[in-house]
Design a binder for this molecule. Structure first.
Ligand code: CMP
Length: 162
């Protein structure tokens, strides 16, 4: 009897679980306002541009990473020649880490921030407005739904997001 009940209920349950996971993954991204931007006093203007673009903030914290934490976050770049420069810079001052929500969050946020190198970023993008160089480029944005989840998990517990 219990088995029949499980079988009849499991398909919709599986579907709902998948749908919830898919929605979660496709409508959230992770960002950091980097030490160059916080030091120059651009935090408020950057958050304002993010909110005006239709993103809502689901989690946020002001934090200074240690070298070790910055290295772990950017572990994927460990073999790149700029890795140590990146770690030194990202641990040099406070950052704002945040989880953002909007339909098509990852792609729309990357459009909003512009190219990694501000010299190639489109007019009006956050990096064009506030970044100085490819190394000190004001903001980070996740490059995929999968990395958005991994990066959000790096900074926030479940209790710290809604
Ligand atoms: P971000 O989007 O945070 O992800 C990786 C970071 O590495 C990137 O932004 C840049 O800040 C940094 N980066 C990428 N290429 C270079 C480079 N050639 N020199 C220095 N830093 C770089």
């Amino acid at each position: 009897m219990l088995k029949i009940h499980y079988l009849t209920c499991s398909k919709p349950l599986l579907f709902l679980t998948f749908a919830a996971k898919y929605k979660y993954m496709s409508n959230r991204t992770f960002t950091m306002i980097k030490p160059d931007a916080t030091a120059k006093g651009h935090t408020g203007a950057i958050l304002d541009q993010i909110l005006k673009a239709g993103f809502t903030i689901k989690a946020m914290k002001w934090i200074q990473l240690t070298e070790k934490q910055a290295g772990l976050f950017y572990d994927i770049h460990r073999e790149r020649p700029f890795f140590q420069e990146l770690v030194d810079f990202m641990s040099s001052g406070p950052i704002v880490a945040a989880v953002l929500e909007k339909d098509n969050a990852v792609a729309d946020f990357r459009t909003l921030i512009g190219a990694t190198n501000p010299a190639q970023a489109a007019e009006g993008t956050i990096r064009k407005r506030f970044a100085a160089s490819i190394g000190e480029n004001a903001v980070h944005g996740s490059d995929s739904d999968e990395n958005a989840v991994i990066e959000a998990d790096f900074f926030f517990s479940k209790l710290e997001r809604y």
